[in-house]
Design a protein around this ligand. Sequence first.
Ligand code: 5GP
Ligand code: ZN
Length: 152
Amino acid sequence: MKPAKIKLADLARHRLARHREERSDVATYPKPTMHTDPNCIFCKIVAGKIPSKKVYEDEEIFAFHDINPWAPVHFLIIPKAHILSMAHVEPEHEALLGRILLLAPRLALEQGARPYPEGGFRIVTNTGAEGGQEVHHLHFHVMGGPRPWLRG
Ligand code: 5GP
Ligand code: ZN
C-alpha cells in the first residue's frame, strides 16, 4: 500500500508543477483582444476619427454602411479590435466571431433585407490579396435587397 501512496503523491506534485508552468505561460503573453492600429482606416472609423453611417455598436463590435455599396443593403460588421483578417483569428476570438455571425441576420433585416427565403442576404469576408481583401482589418460584408446588384 505505501509505495502506491508515494506514487500518487508524486503524481499530484507533478500535476501541480505542470499547472504552475501553464499559468506562468498565460501570464507571459498578454491578450491582444483590444489592439488598435492608429493608421488603420477601420480603427479610425471605430474611434470616430473618420465619419461613417453607423448601423450598430457594442463593446467589441461596430457595424456601418459600406461607402461604395454593391447592393441596396450593404454594410460591414467589424470587431473593434484590430484583427488583420480571417487568417489571423485565434481560439480567443471564438465568441466574438459567433456574436458577429449571430448579429448579421438581425441587422440585415433591420437595414431592409427581406426575410428568408424570398429575400435573404449574403455574408462575404475577403481574406488576403488573392481573396480580394483591400482593407486589412477583419470585416464581414452583409449584402441584401432586391436584385440586380452592382456586384456579387
Ligand atoms: P474588402 O475589399 O477589403 O473586402 O472591402 C473593403 C470595403 O470597405 C469596400 O467595400 C469599401 O467600399 C469599404 N470602405 C473602404 N473605405 C471605407 C470608408 O472610409 N468608409 C466606409 N464606410 N467604407 C469603406
Ligand atoms: Zn484596424
